[in-house]
Ligand binder design. Structure first.
Ligand code: IMP
Ligand code: MG
Length: 176
């Protein structure tokens, strides 16, 4: 168990909130405020980013949730995506935006994107992530919207966990 005393603040709450508001404005401008959007949250990591982002969206929004797991109980990806809950409705003729905490190798989002395109009859699906670890990418996939670029360090807080803990922190930190 890592000790919270060794956790250093990397991005404070105010910076997170301000940047997410700007990203939401970008998304409002891209889709237009008249066009309905289905917002798909990847539980559990995206939960904080998802709610903060959703507050600032101005179009009619539907909220959907899936639960995926790729990390298991460590800070290294297991290389496999476990689909814990993939119950999505038919998204026929809809714009969908997947909301994820972080894109690392790209495995999780590659998996979900393919699943939605194959099974949900979606009109269009795009990706919004809080953090983009560009240097860790192994799959040919890029987010359409991202809030922060991140170097290859393991971070926690604001939804991101280590062994299931620290998701509730209102800031993002790293262990020294
Ligand atoms: P990917 O499938 O390799 O892109 O990994 C994405 C998933 O790994 C994310 O949904 C996170 O749950 C987890 N992850 C990747 N990097 C970090 C990190 O620095 N801290 C906590 N979780 C992470
Ligand atoms: Mg995750």
């Amino acid at each position: 168990m890592k000790d919270i005393k060794d956790l250093k603040v990397l991005i404070d709450t105010d910076t997170l909130h301000k940047r997410i508001k700007i990203l939401a404005d970008e998304i409002n401008a891209f889709y237009g405020v008249e066009n309905p959007l289905t917002l798909i949250c990847i539980l559990r990591g995206a939960v904080m980013f998802y709610t903060e982002l959703a507050k600032h969206l101005k179009m009619p929004v539907k909220m959907e949730f899936v639960t995926l797991s790729s990390y298991g109980n460590s800070d290294k990806s297991s290389g496999k995506v476990k689909a814990v809950n993939l119950a999505l409705p038919d998204l026929e003729n809809q714009n969908a935006l997947i909301v994820e905490d972080i894109i690392d190798t790209g495995l999780t989002l590659d998996f979900l994107l393919k699943f939605i395109k194959t099974n949900c009859k979606v009109y269009d699906v795009k990706l919004a992530v809080l953090f983009d670890k560009k240097c860790a990418r192994k799959f040919d996939i890029e987010p359409d919207f991202y809030a922060f670029e991140m170097d290859d360090k393991f971070i926690v807080g604001f939804g991101l966990d280590y062994n299931g803990f620290y998701r509730n922190l209102n800031y993002v930190g790293y262990f020294e």
